[in-house]
Design a protein. Structure first.
Length: 167
């Protein structure tokens, strides 16, 4: 039996509001148990991850440009391989439901996020890479832009999810 020393590093994190937060990490050669108690998480693999997979369900391998959607209350187990970088958007259920009602007139009681592992969505990826990755998260003047971009990402996630039948 081999044991891995966790190499998870948080490069930056920023709470935007009590309902929205961001974090950017790197990790490699690790086994993880992820319990998502407080927020939904939309994670994008920025680089690496081609040897990463979930061990609690049958899953494909990860890789740059792949997303994972982990709903609040979900649990997952992961085997990580090669070095990878990823970025998480954390958001509350109430925030997502408020957006769904305001933008799409979706009854919030009908909204339940699925647990999705390693899916691609080019428009969302572009927003992560071209906006959030390049932004100075520590600058207070960036927080309004981060909140607006977070909502744009979530609206696009809702739109994509309804069109593909994931909601």
């Amino acid at each position: 039996m081999s044991f891995f020393k966790s190499s998870k590093v948080c490069h930056r994190q920023q709470g935007i509001t009590p309902k929205l937060a961001w974090a950017q990490y790197s990790n490699a050669y690790d086994r993880l148990y992820y319990q998502n108690d407080k927020f939904h998480t939309l994670s994008l693999y920025l680089s690496g991850g081609e040897q990463t997979h979930r061990t609690d369900i049958r899953s494909e391998l990860g890789g740059a440009g792949k997303f994972c959607l982990m709903p609040q209350g979900s649990e997952s187990r992961w085997q990580l391989g090669d070095p990878q970088q990823f970025m998480h958007l954390y958001f509350t259920d109430s925030h997502l439901k408020q957006l769904a009602l305001q933008v799409f007139d979706i009854d919030p009681r009908q909204l339940a996020l699925p647990d999705l592992t390693f899916f691609s969505q080019p428009a969302l990826e572009a927003m992560y890479r071209q906006q959030m990755l390049l932004m100075d998260w520590s600058a207070p003047e960036s927080h309004l832009a981060m909140a607006q971009m977070s909502d744009t990402i979530l609206v696009n996630l809702l739109f994509w999810s309804t069109k593909t039948g994931h909601l």
